[in-house]
Design a protein around this ligand. Structure first.
Ligand code: NAD
Ligand code: MN
Length: 520
């Protein structure tokens, strides 16, 4: 099906034209072949057919990429902010120009509806580059710190510089490939760092397209290096490479533990993590029920539930529980499961068979645990990985479906009696990426918002993520914040400089004073 020529692949069914589909590694601004003959297939989740055979970066390839990034660091970190901004802005312009192709490939490789890729994934990703272009251009300033002297004659200047941390190893997941790429690349290169980024083995193709665009945007060789490969091999080689100074990871908590351990064992690298799990939404009895339903539904079913911040535990006041459940059922049935290319499609398949099996396994677990399966629970169609929008009601806090990340189109609804109880139950988790509340009483909503232990709190909304809204987790949901000004801190060291300001005349006077007989 795929005929390979010079590392590029022509696929009959491929809707993408213009940008060549690359399958090689992107190192030092060139697409190059990997060393040891390893490759893997990425497939189309609508029919399990192979889209392309992609080259996997082995240990030598990772070494080559990290060395390229290391060589590029000196020049890039000392380049003018205006130049870095220009490269980032050009990259955003090129993404805009190739919007359709990027969206088509994102949809093909991941299975998300094409309309969403065009309306959300690509425009949001390119906005992230533009936002950090703004920071790169002369705004990464430090501060002056007034230090007073114990000794009155001492006079010092103390200031703090912010300096790029070095070579960054960036590891991203498959749920939002282009967006995650932008979160990991834009702030890092804006700050003057260079990167080696590994895309997910489930969705490597748009990352490789970005290689073409990074080069055309004018980034010097070695500033952005893009590798495909699996986690325990390529990913771990990057994390353990001695010339990597910093690691950023998004994905599962289990993998994050391995990444943290590997980074600690290989030079105590700084690591930031963005992990997900069980974000709670509290629906109060005074909520606008239709609005609350939209929040809960979109919060969970967006991207077929494959979102780190999915509102996967919906706590509903018992006074409105039955009405809420009735509306949730109706709304779930309105989802359109069909080809992601169809403008009608609102829910695509999950990303691959492994994820499909994982989600289906949680569905049977929910039934065994005694939750009520209100709707869904089955495969949709006969090929591809669609799962019917699924809702479990009567879910109890100690059920595994209420505690573990399902990462699929499965909503769990829990009933509460008092708001205080709901807050305690919502917080009774070791995770804390997001949380939310629906209420018409803004005083109540905000007082609950301040009590919920999570990095982002949504009041009467969900899924609002902008280039300038810091995003990250409390507790086990992560370390550090991505997006916004905060993300720059992940890529900048802080250096304190202290200067003795006493100058020659002062010293001369002091010496003269001493010579003419001071009070000694
Ligand atoms: P994962 O955490 O294993 O993979 C995420 C990234 O880490 C991928 O690029 C992968 O290749 C890499 N990786 C894996 N093992 C590694 C290692 N030892 N060293 C370095 N890198 C490594 O996630 P998955 O297996 O693709 O999905 C499993 C579950 O993880 C999902 O069902 C979901 O619950 C969760 N997940 C969460 C997010 C999120 O956004 N928070 C994203 C993807 C997956
Ligand atoms: Mn794929």
């Amino acid at each position: 099906m795929a005929n390979e020529m010079n590392g590029t692949v022509a696929v009959e069914s491929l809707p993408v034209s213009g940008l060549p589909l690359e399958t090689r590694l992107f190192i030092d601004n060139e697409f190059v072949d990997e060393h040891d003959g390893t490759h893997f297939d990425t497939s189309d989740p609508t029919n399990a057919k192979v889209i392309a055979r992609v080259q996997e970066a082995g240990k030598d390839d990772v070494d080559r990429a990290v060395k390229a990034a290391s060589r590029a660091f000196e020049g890039w970190s000392q380049s003018s902010g205006a130049f870095r901004a220009q490269c980032l802005n050009r990259l955003a312009d090129l993404m805009d120009k190739h919007m359709d192709q990027l969206a088509e490939m994102e949809s093909l490789d991941n299975g998300k509806p094409l309309t969403k890729a065009k309306e959300i994934d690509v425009p949001f990703s390119l906005a992230v580059y533009r936002y950090y272009a703004g920071w790169a251009d002369g705004k990464l300033d430090g501060k002056q710190i007034p230090i007073s002297a114990g000794n009155a004659s001492a006079n010092w200047l103390c200031y703090q510089r912010r300096e790029p941390i070095g070579v960054c190893g960036q590891i991203i997941p498959w749920n939002f490939p282009l967006a995650m790429f932008s979160w990991k690349v834009a702030p890092a290169v804006a700050a003057g760092c260079t990167v080696v980024i590994k895309t997910s083995e489930k969705t490597p193709l748009t990352g490789l397209m970005m290689g073409h665009l990074c080069k055309e945007a004018g980034f010097p060789p070695g500033v952005i290096n893009i590798l495909s490969g699996h986690g325990p091999t390529t990913g771990e080689y990057i994390v353990r490479h001695p010339m990597v100074d910093k690691v950023a990871f998004t994905g599962s908590v289990d993998t994050a533990q391995k990444v943290l351990l590997a980074a600690a064992q290989s030079g105590m690298k700084k690591v930031t993590t963005e992990l997900g799990r069980k974000s709670p939404l509290i629906v109060c009895k005074d909520a606008d029920l239709d609005q609350a339903l939209t929040v809960a539904h979109e919060g969970l079913f967006f991207n077929a539930g494959q979102s780190c911040i999915a509102s996967s535990r919906v706590f509903v006041d018992e006074a409105i529980y039955d009405k809420f459940v009735e509306k949730a059922l109706k709304r779930a049935k309105e989802e359109k499961l069909c080809s992601p290319n169809s403008p009608e499609c609102t829910q695509g398949p999950v990303v691959d068979m492994k994820q499909f099996d994982r989600v289906m396994n949680y569905i049977s677990l929910g039934k065994q645990e005694g939750a009520t399966l209100l709707t869904g629970g089955t495969r949709h169609g006969t090929q591809g990985y669609w799962i019917e929008p699924t809702i479990f009601t009567d879910v109890k806090d100690d059920m595994r479906i209420a505690k573990e990340e399902i990462f699929g189109p499965v909503m769990t609804v829990l009933k509460f009696k008092t708001l205080e109880e709901a807050i305690v139950r919502a917080n009774a988790t070791s995770y804390g990426l997001g949380a939310g509340i629906c209420s018409r009483d803004i005083g109540r909503a905000l007082s609950v918002a301040h009590k919920l232990r999570a990095g982002t709190i949504y009041v009467n909304c969900w899924n609002v993520v902008k280039p300038n809204t810091p995003f990250g987790g409390y507790k086990q949901s992560g370390v550090g914040r991505e997006l916004g000004e905060d993300a720059l801190d992940n890529y900048l060291e802080k250096k304190t400089v202290i200067v003795d300001l006493s100058y020659e005349d002062e010293k001369d006077e002091k010496a003269a004073g001493d010579a003419t007989g001071g009070p000694n």
